[in-house]
Design a protein around this ligand. Structure first.
Ligand code: AMP
Ligand code: MG
Length: 505
């Protein structure tokens, strides 16, 4: 057999992607929606830090050395995705309340799409280099923030919370300038769509309203075909975004997840968690916790997230007005009618999550009060959010519950609530064994606390990626006991309170 030696300038050929059905339906939208641009190859050496086996299997990609090699080339910007038609998407957005008319994929590139039995998936490479939307940015992402995005994407999926996924993470020796020089990296994100509220805002405020319907049609045709059955499919799309966003934020609140930058350009129309930056999970419960060091006024504080989601949805609805009805007044009435349902939909989704967290199976009239009183008791009492709820599964209505009350600086605050909780459990004749199992399935033992990510980042920056991979494995099954990894469920160390995460990424 004779081996053919490829010409040194010939593009590398992938084998792992050959069997995939690839496409880029987004590239068939009007030219104003995007700019065709290829990734800029990373300089220096690079290494594949991690692959998510769960996301690989979503795309029917068989694991193995071949996949590792192809992903290394793809994430380094050296391998065009077959049939991909790489492009950067145009969008705008309200950032911290102020409208910014021109954003867009400034450092991410839609490499192409994969069609599986489950549907269409975007392959979106973050840190891929400069695009026409980069403004003053360098088009790159640093290893630090890429590890956080990679791990949290997969951790959220493990928690059962809608999210963009991450297929792979590549570290590079290319130097990226932030507050300090940091190693560069790319993350390959996977999601049905990366269309943001800001996509619609972009065309609305440019007065290019003729692009709004095709954008909505794209989402409906490729991802929500059942909405075609409705008399007014665009109104149904808005309705869907409102419902999914309500459910998403309820899911965030229930695990103590703070997004950090809920700008409308970071909100997915399909209701996935999108754009992981200065996010954080609550360690000590504090309703007013601000995870993003750059958020000086707490616009995106933990307890503000539902209100901000509602405000963001009103921005989306505003931008969709021209396609909701030809008559502007009627369009506004329709949009308002749907927007006004957000608070009650959010409350319903939140209460369902909280009932599950408390192990309640029957709907009680005073359940909301029970939940609110619990958080009032936790506030200011230095109670760790995740540890408390996990331990609550062992609550004994007739016992002293020392392991729980000792978590409060003032245990009497817990005692007062525990009396009501015990009565509530007895009223529904709750079975302790079934309740414990159900509560363990609703209250994760493992979440991506900042300090866990920080340890993995430091090690990877020094060339050792084992901690990233260990966290990936642990966080992909956060509800399991995993006794060998119990230290990962411990209280954060004292130094964790000094960690600051900001928009710099
Ligand atoms: P983010 O704060 O990451 O959600 O980004 C907001 C906007 O800034 C988006 O349009 C990004 O594409 C863009 N952006 C953020 N960082 C960079 C960068 N390093 N280079 C180019 N564009 C960037
Ligand atoms: Mg963003």
């Amino acid at each position: 057999m004779t081996a053919t030696i490829p010409h040194p300038d010939a593009p590398p050929v992938s084998t792992s992607f050959e069997a995939l059905t690839t496409d880029n339906a987004y590239a068939r939208l009007a030219d104003d929606c995007f700019t065709r641009v290829a990734p800029t190859p990373l300089e220096g050496d690079h290494r594949l830090v991690a692959i998510s086996p769960d996301t690989a299997s979503l795309l029917d990609l068989p694991p193995g050395e071949e996949l590792n090699q192809d992903l290394t080339q793809l994430l380094a910007g050296n391998l065009p995705f077959p049939g991909g038609e790489a492009l950067a998407m145009a969008y705008a957005g309200h950032q911290f309340g102020h409208y910014v008319p021109q954003l867009g994929d400034g450092r991410a590139i839609l490499l192409g799409q994969v069609r599986t039995d489950e549907g269409l998936w975007d392959l979106h490479l973050k840190g891929a280099g400069i695009t026409p939307y980069s403004r003053a940015g360098d088009g790159r992402a640093v290893l630090r923030s890429s590890i956080r995005e990679f791990l949290c994407s997969e951790a959220m999926a493990g928690l059962g919370i809608p999210t963009t996924r991450a297929l792979a993470l590549l570290a590079s020796t290319e130097e990226v300038y932030r507050e300090r020089i940091e190693p560069g990296a790319t993350v390959l994100r996977v999601a049905p769509s990366h269309i943001r509220f800001g996509h619609f805002e972009y065309f609305y405020y440019r007065n290019e309203h003729h692009h709004l319907a095709p954008l909505a049609d794209y989402l409906i045709d490729h991802h929500l075909p059942h909405l075609r059955e409705f008399e007014e499919p665009y109104l149904a799309l808005l309705d869907h975004a409102i419902q999914r966003t309500a459910e998403l934020i309820a899911a965030w609140q229930a695990v103590g997840f703070c997004h950090g930058v809920m700008n409308t350009d970071n909100m997915s129309v399909l209701g996935h968690t999108l754009d992981y930056g200065p996010f954080g999970f609550l360690d000590t419960y504090d309703a007013h916790h601000i995870c993003n060091h750059s958020d000086h006024h707490g616009r995106y504080a933990y307890d503000q997230q539902p209100y901000i989601a509602h405000w963001n949805l009103s921005c989306l609805a505003q931008a969709m007005l021209p396609i909701l009805d030809p008559d502007p007044e009627t369009a506004a009435v329709k949009a308002t009618g749907y927007l006004d349902t957000f608070p009650s939909r959010y409350d319903a989704a939140y209460l369902a999550r909280m009932r599950a967290k408390l192990g309640l199976t029957v709907h009680g009239r005073d359940d909301r009060q029970l939940v609110d009183e619990l958080f009032a008791a936790m506030q200011g009492n230095s109670v760790d959010f995740t540890i408390f709820f996990r331990t609550l599964a062992g609550f004994d209505p007739d016992g002293a519950n020392t392991a729980l009350r000792d978590q409060f600086i003032n245990p009497k605050a817990f005692d007062a609530w525990a009396v009501k909780y015990a009565a509530r459990l007895q009223a529904e004749r709750s079975d302790p064994v079934a309740r414990r199992a159900a509560m363990h399935a609703a209250n994760p033992k493992y979440v991506l606390r900042n300090h866990l990510a920080e340890v993995a980042i430091k090690q990877s920056e020094a060339g050792d990626d084992s901690e990233v991979n260990k966290l990936l494995a642990i966080l992909s099954r956060p509800y399991d006991e995993q006794p060998d990894h119990a230290t990962y469920a411990d209280y954060p160390p004292a130094w964790a309170s000094q960690l600051e995460v900001s928009c710099s990424s």
